[in-house]
Design a protein around this ligand. Structure first.
Ligand code: GLV
Length: 351
């Protein structure tokens, strides 16, 4: 009897022509309608699978993989992976992958768009126009803050942070300050036109502060009331990272009490829910987590996730070497240390 092919599931409707490539190697189950899964539903879905291609909306940890003995790979469509419990996946010998690089420039574009829209009051001005208030015109109406020549602060200087820095320094003649877990090499700083400063200096000196750091226990609410109090009252805050980095109630309070001029938010702590305190404000530009949402980039992300899944399940030209594995080293270490890795699971993956 012919051996059955590995089973793979795609959790959301993505691009059919790209996803279809998985059918060449696997027994493929796709999803036709956008779905929200409970933990129990995910556990049930994952149980018979060898691999899954998922989005940031699916949270997968020990509970969800507990009844999935064959599962060897989870391909996340997204660069951030706080929806995955990497320690639990590694301990179970499951390769996790993400989609870095392909979304860098598109996400940096959106970060800069939000910065400009918030600083120049674009949402507020458009609402005012649509409300028929233009008749109340005054020369001093809708006064925003300049972008060119201002000081741009960047918290988190990975690929996207560097994209924002390049736009600010080279496109708008901004002074660029950044804070990051580690300082970049001098040559990189010079090429970007960016200067490393401590966290408090960044808060105090930025005219526009963009958050681009990963969401971890350490970065949870790193922008809280105390941090906001250190910022200029004329400043703009932009968050394109994860909602939980900002204490949203403290932010709404600062925005409504004149202690911060404006904010641009693409991510929210309880998304898709957005706090009423933020919705009520006119000096905040709100977008529904669309950082990487250009057609070309979203297609590239799905293509990379497909390539990752094929390789992680030991197929295709890069078999065993997914282009962007997150936990390859942890799996190698677990295996070397004799940790139990299921009999059907493939070898560790290396870039
Ligand atoms: C989007 O937020 C991503 O992590 O890709």
């Amino acid at each position: 009897m012919a051996e059955s092919r590995p089973r793979v599931w795609v959790s959301q409707p993505l691009f059919d022509d790209v996803i279809g490539q998985l059918g060449q190697y696997f027994d493929l189950t796709t999803t036709v309608d956008v779905a929200a899964y409970s933990s129990a539903e995910l556990s049930e879905r994952l149980a018979p699978l060898d691999g899954a291609l998922i989005t940031l909306n699916e949270r997968i940890g020990a509970r969800e993989i507990a009844h999935a003995p064959r599962l060897r790979a989870i391909a996340n469509v997204g660069v951030g992976y706080n929806n995955l419990d990497i320690a639990a996946l590694s301990a179970a010998g499951i390769v996790a992958t993400n989609t870095p690089d392909v979304l860098t420039e598109t996400t940096a574009d959106l970060g800069f768009t939000l910065l400009m829209a918030a600083a120049r009051r674009i949402s507020d001005a458009e609402r005012w126009l649509r409300e028929g208030q233009w008749g109340q015109w005054s020369f001093q109406n809708m006064l925003g803050a300049d972008i060119h020549g201002a000081t741009l602060g960047i918290l988190g200087m990975g690929r996207i942070g560097q994209g924002i820095a390049r736009r600010g320094a080279h496109g708008f003649g901004m002074r660029v300050l950044y804070h990051n877990r580690s300082q970049l090499p001098a040559q990189t700083e010079q090429a970007l036109g960016a200067q490393y400063v401590d966290f408090d200096t960044l808060l105090a000196q930025a005219d526009h502060l963009v958050l681009v750091l990963p969401y971890t226990q350490d970065s949870h609410h790193i922008i809280d009331a105390a941090a906001l109090a250190k910022m200029k009252a004329s400043a703009t805050l932009v968050n394109i990272a994860r909602g939980g980095i900002v204490d949203e109630l403290a932010l709404a309070d600062a925005l409504s009490n004149g202690r911060l001029a404006a904010a641009g938010l693409d991510v929210f702590e309880g998304e898709p829910a957005v706090r009423s305190e933020l919705l009520a404000l006119r000096n905040v530009v709100l977008t529904p987590h669309i950082g990487s949402a250009s057609l070309a980039t979203r297609r590239s992300m799905v293509q990379l996730a497909v390539d990752n899944l094929i390789a992680a399940l030991g197929e295709g030209a890069s078999a065993g070497h997914p282009p962007s594995a997150i936990n390859a080293d942890a799996i190698t270490a677990a295996k070397a240390g004799g940790a139990t890795v299921g009999a059907t699971k493939t070898g560790a993956t290396k870039r």
